[in-house]
Write a protein that binds this ligand. Structure first.
Ligand code: SF4
Length: 522
């Protein structure tokens, strides 16, 4: 009997950008008596389902984007006589769909660390339950990844999670509804040990794969300080202190370590936090800018972001503290007009962003946008290849529309073309070369910067936005080729001698939060 854990993907690049963390975490959660699980990441290579045999147990983790491929694998696995267990955000939202279309015997909803071993035991005894509710486990139950199972030389970045949940409530995002609004922070010791494990293996670029690395803002503290009851302020201060303790620990790692994380723009006004990030080798952050106008921000319930000149200034604040920003923008918001595309590009350039991504507004299940959009479609939504557009992830990839929500003044094709044009201009050779001057110093590093920028754009924009399948295939081939030298740029020297104890700055720093447990919902 083989235990498979499969990360489905309809496109493979040979090399992965970031390790799919969940595979390695669920490998940790797999009881030893089941043997070594076989970890399959289709972003590296397509998986041949013919290798599955009767009695195997196949765990498939899906988000909305890869659900259809996941269902193909699940159906084939069930036909081969295996037990099929689905998990992940999409299966949590649509457990029936995984059973109806993906051949699932069982679905794990919520966090998988505790529910997956239960599902395994029941499958092994021939009595899987239809559903296992993993819920939202506390952070002291989060497991580290079994990184010794990583295939050598296949990923550019490792990934470690330090916190789950986000106190915000952006309308296009499902994180706050699935992972919750109460931040659940891992203890510093556990995070550090995992990072040291990865650093020993030669990973010097590590993504802190957190929902929001900055869970408590200065505004939150000011508001809590105005309350008569001081308990909320104490909770927030404890969370903040824990973040600083973590960053202090990270600061003790070798100087060539580079972390990247996700953070809200409000961090730009928190110099103390940004300085701690700089010392902790956190050299890059994805910042959800989303829109450059107040109307656009209102569209996505992100009024806490700045717009106009104040936005440019805030984003530059990160660079002043040595933190490179990958700015994320959304096109196709109801308030967007033709001129919004140029205005956004100008902000991205003037704000000294190192990288940027321009995504088209897509109603993802679990979000407020999706609920409103689904309702607006009525009982008989339009269909593509027989599939209602309200289940767009089930439409075959080649026929899947790129834009779903009707826009008051622009057609779907206009939004797609204009979005593609912004990508093309931001990632033109001339723009990248000019940005490289501010990002790195040596000519070699600047050439590496060009390569990384180009591969990012090929992997993300051309395979995600283009409708022309020849262009998509060309881009995937190009990215596959370029990924090999690109990965070498990220590889570090293995440091088997590195000890967590040597980089830990103080005893028991991670225990502070155990005193507090409450709901931080805004
Ligand atoms: S701040 Fe980020 S993670 Fe939090 S709800 Fe908004 S988009 Fe989602």
């Amino acid at each position: 009997m083989t235990i498979y854990l499969i990360n489905p993907s309809h496109v493979s690049f040979g090399i992965g950008v970031i390790t799919p963390r969940w595979l390695y975490v669920l490998a940790s959660a797999t009881p030893a008596d089941f043997g070594e699980p076989s970890l399959i990441d289709e972003t590296l290579n397509p998986f041949d389902t013919a290798t599955i045999t009767a009695g195997d147990i196949v765990g498939i983790g899906i988000h909305t984007g890869n659900a259809l491929r996941g269902y193909e694998i699940g159906t084939a696995a069930r036909a081969a006589g295996a037990y099929v267990v689905f998990g992940g955000i999409h299966a949590t939202l649509y457990p029936d769909e995984a059973r109806d279309l993906g051949g699932a015997h069982a679905v794990v909803t919520g966090d998988g660390e505790q529910a997956w071993p239960m599902a395994l035991r029941d499958c092994a005894s021939g009595r899987p339950r239809p559903q296992y509710d993993g819920g939202r486990i506390e952070s002291d139950r989060f497991l580290p990844g079994r990184w010794e199972l990583l295939p050598a030389g296949r990923y550019m970045w490792a990934s470690v999670q330090t916190i789950r949940g986000c106190p915000k409530h952006c309308s296009f995002c499902s994180v706050w509804r699935t992972d919750g609004q109460r931040p659940r922070q891992r203890l510093v010791e556990g995070v550090l040990e995992e990072i040291v494990d990865l650093r020993r293996r030669g990973f010097r670029f590590i993504a802190l794969a957190d929902d929001n690395f900055y869970p408590v803002t200065l505004d939150d503290l000011r508001m809590a300080a105005r309350r008569q009851d001081s308990s909320q302020l104490e909770r927030l201060e404890a969370i903040r202190a824990e973040r600083f303790a973590l960053m202090e620990a990270l600061a003790g790692l070798p100087g060539d370590t580079v972390f990247f994380t996700q953070i809200t723009m409000e961090a730009a006004e928190d110099s103390e936090f940004l300085e701690a990030m700089r010392r902790a080798h956190i050299k890059g952050a994805l910042v959800g800018v989303e829109a450059v106008t107040p109307e656009g921000l209102k569209d996505v319930y992100k009024n806490f972001n700045e717009s106009g000149e104040a936005l440019v200034e805030r984003l530059r604040g990160f660079r002043r503290h040595g933190i490179h920003v990958l700015g994320s923008f959304i096109f196709g918001l109801p308030s967007d007009r033709a001129e919004t595309f140029d205005a956004t590009l100008t902000v991205a350039e003037r704000a000294e962003l190192t990288f940027a991504q321009f995504v088209m507004l897509t109603p993802f299940p679990g979000t407020l946008d999706f609920a409103a959009w689904e309702k607006s479609l009525g009982a008989e939504p339009p269909r593509v290849t027989g599939v209602p557009v309200s289940r767009h992830w089930l439409i075959p990839q080649a026929n899947r529309p790129k834009v779903y929500m009707n826009h008051p003044v622009m057609t779907a094709d206009e939004i797609r073309r204009r979005t593609q044009a912004v990508w093309d201009r931001f990632y033109s050779f001339r723009s990248i070369w000019s940005r490289s001057r501010g990002a790195v110093t040596s000519v070699k590093a600047r050439l590496a910067f060009v390569l990384i920028s180009k591969i990012y754009r090929q992997m993300y924009a051309n395979t995600g936005i283009a409708t022309d399948s020849a262009r998509i295939n060309r881009s995937a081939r190009w990215a596959r080729l370029m990924a090999i030298p690109c990965r070498r740029l990220f590889a570090g020297r293995p440091m088997p001698e590195l000890q967590a104890a040597l980089v830990r700055p103080r005893e028991k720093a991670g225990r502070m939060l155990e005193m507090f447990d409450g709901d931080l919902t805004h």
